[in-house]
Design a protein around this ligand. Structure first.
Ligand SMILES: O=C(O)C(=O)CO
Length: 274
């Protein structure tokens, strides 16, 4: 793997052997300096004590929080975001300042806004128009602390409409045109894009300048690099060659223990926290 790349451990899908608040310290012990999370609470606006415990777990562990998802509903239950969900738009809007507030406390500058599934009773245009409004609200709030809102194509959720980089970039173009915000970027998850049949090499070659965050897992299986057939090393090298200098999120299901699943990455390359 390219020694210059900076890796961040997604502690929502890794270290699940441990209670969530113990995971940042485990990542630090494994040699990493950075972590990211999906929304770690059951509701859009958790109690202050829960927020304080999360902030403390990260700051005490001595790692950076490099990314945080906005509240996205019941992920295990199939929800993939509230951004375009009319019935739950108010929850998303209530969550914006809470999420940005965590970022302000911890220096996190990237927030992933999962778009949401197509929901019965609403037209696609109605949901997409709502998404433009909600993404501009999120981007405006994020801009207050110099942060970026991320938009991610995902796989494994058949009602989720953003499946390719082009799908996400067209939404970002709409938000920029409608609301003159410049801090919404593509989250290029190399696994999701590949599984959805996108041409990942082409995405990197053409859109590297619009990629605000990268995540990886191998396919098939969404396990650690080397367990599948994706050319991840070459794609990371291509990203670096095209000038991508952001974080690489390790967002995979370990095929063994979490610690053993890091074997593909030499310890001396884990802690590049510059
Ligand atoms: O739902 C997923 O698989 C994600 O990557 C969420 O960020």
């Amino acid at each position: 793997m390219n020694a210059e790349l900076r890796y961040t451990v997604n502690c929502s899908i890794l270290f699940t052997e441990l209670p969530l608040l113990e995971r940042p310290a485990a990542a630090k012990d494994a040699g990493f300096e950075a972590v990211e999370f999906w929304w770690p609470f059951a509701e859009a606006v958790p109690a202050d004590a829960e927020l304080d415990a999360f902030v403390s777990a990260i700051s005490t562990a001595g790692v950076r929080l490099t990314g945080l998802n906005f509240f996205a509903g019941d992920m295990p239950g199939g929800d993939r975001g509230l951004v375009s969900w009319p019935k739950r738009s108010s929850e998303f809007r209530a969550n914006i300042d809470v999420t940005v507030g965590i970022g302000e406390r911890l220096g996190c500058r990237a927030f992933n806004a999962l778009y949401g599934n197509r929901e019965g009773g609403h037209s696609a245009s109605e949901q997409d128009e709502l998404a433009v409004e909600n993404l501009s609200l999120a981007a405006t709030a994020a801009a207050r602390i110099g942060a970026t809102v991320l938009l991610e194509p995902v796989s494994g959720a058949e009602r989720y409409p953003l499946r390719t980089a082009a799908d996400a970039l067209s939404v970002i173009d709409r938000v920029q045109a409608a609301c003159d915000v410049r801090n919404v970027g593509l989250l290029a998850d190399l696994y999701h894009l590949a599984v959805n049949g996108d041409d990942v090499d082409q995405v990197i070659a053409v859109h590297a300048d619009r990629i605000a965050h990268v995540q990886l897992a191998d396919a098939p299986g969404r396990n650690e690099p080397g367990t599948g057939s994706l050319p991840l090393q070459a794609q990371l090298a291509a990203l670096a060659a095209r000038g991508y200098s952001g974080w690489i999120g390790l967002e995979y299901k370990p095929s063994t223990s979490t610690l053993d699943s890091f074997g593909w990455l030499p310890r001396e390359q884990r802690g590049h926290a510059g």
